[in-house]
Design a protein around this ligand. Structure first.
Ligand code: FAD
Length: 311
């Protein structure tokens, strides 16, 4: 059995694996896709101390760093079920894999990340990273002086529009409903900004481009059903971040949004089970934050292990 089994191989999982292995304890990482969301990222300019890098490059460096240690890396394996130590036959946590195998561990770090909800309209996938973006903290500065749309009028959409308004030339916020759902204080701030326009009751129907990059967006007015076109260079999709916790439902405490609830030591509601990164309730989903959280979770798992008798 592992002392620490990390589920997920993104920045949070990689950091957890390195911190655990450096304690000289038996460490494993099981990941559906080592690298996680970073694999899908083109330019990264906010990974502190590295002025500019690309996702696949950072993933290669992360993997090399993990493999410097005695870590059992099990890539391309998807966890489908967790049986906590309190319910298993031998008092160890069990992680069941889709392949049919079962991994056992005295403690776990769950770092299965999250995925952005997509609009599912023509052009969105084609122009992803070519004008279609999901993270204003990451990609906002790439659109300096340009025209962008933000899709979604909840808190994250309105926050993104306020954030982007300070960087770009013009922001058009598009909301499906006939009113914004963001907190009133955010809406007030939004309305005070001269370069933001809000379009309500509108359904985005297509991302337009020239084959290379985004050139516009098409939407349908849900009142008169008229199709309209906006000319712009960027589209930020802010219609939700979905945590990868479907496989955990009913085992540990999740927030109403489906995120794993953790305390300030990365502990979940299950003893010996820690969680880190985008899959948790920790605010601001970023690479440096996920790495910090993964490190914290591994130290916390170690603290747990030295306090419980060996099974
Ligand atoms: P993830 O990166 O999501 O990794 C999750 C891991 O868990 C993956 O290995 C996945 O395969 C695995 N997994 C999921 N489910 C299971 C399962 N059931 N069983 C086994 N394994 C599973 N952040 C920045 O700081 N700067 C940027 O410039 C930046 N740009 C971004 C651009 C894009 C397009 C995207 C999508 C995100 C960007 N982010 C950026 C956000 C950043 O990538 C995330 O905050 C970070 O990757 C979160 O790390 P994580 O380890 O928590 O989760």
């Amino acid at each position: 059995a592992f002392d620490v089994l990390v589920v997920g191989g993104g920045p949070a999982g990689a950091a957890a694996a390195i911190y655990a292995a450096r304690k000289g304890i038996r460490t494993g990482v099981v990941a559906e896709r080592f690298g996680g969301q970073v694999l899908d990222t083109l330019g990264i300019e906010n990974f502190i101390s590295v002025r500019e890098t690309e996702g696949p490059k950072l993933v290669a460096a992360m993997e090399a760093h993990v493999r410097d240690y005695e870590v059992d890396v099990m890539n391309l394996q998807r966890a489908s079920k967790l049986v906590p130590a309190s319910q298993s036959a031998d008092g160890l946590n069990e992680v069941h894999l889709e392949s049919g195998a079962t991994l056992r561990a005295r403690s776990l770090v769950i770092a299965t990340g999250a995925r952005w909800r997509e609009m599912g309209v023509p052009g969105e996938a084609q122009y992803r990273n070519k004008g279609v973006a999901y993270c204003p903290h990451c990609d906002g500065p790439l659109f300096k002086g340009k025209r962008v749309a933000v899709i979604g009028g909840g808190n994250s959409g309105v926050e993104a529009a306020i954030d982007l308004a300070g960087i770009v030339a013009r922001v058009t916020l598009i909301e499906f409903d006939s009113k914004l759902r963001a907190d009133e204080v955010l809406q007030r701030k939004l309305r005070s900004l001269p370069n933001v326009e809000v379009i309500l009751h509108a359904q985005t129907t297509e991302v337009l481009g020239d084959g290379q990059r985004v050139t516009g967006l098409q939407y349908r007015d849900r009142g008169d059903l008229v199709m309209n076109t906006l000319e712009l260079e960027g589209i930020f999709v802010q219609i939700g971040l979905l945590p990868n916790t479907e496989w955990l439902k009913g085992t540990l405490e999740l927030s109403p949004r489906g995120e794993i609830v953790i305390d300030d030591r990365a502990q979940t509601s299950l003893p010996g089970v820690m969680a880190a990164g985008d899959v948790t309730t920790v605010p601001y989903k970023q690479i440096v934050i996920a790495m910090g959280e993964g490190s914290k979770a591994a130290l916390s798992a170690f603290d747990h292990l030295i306090r419980v008798p060996v099974a």
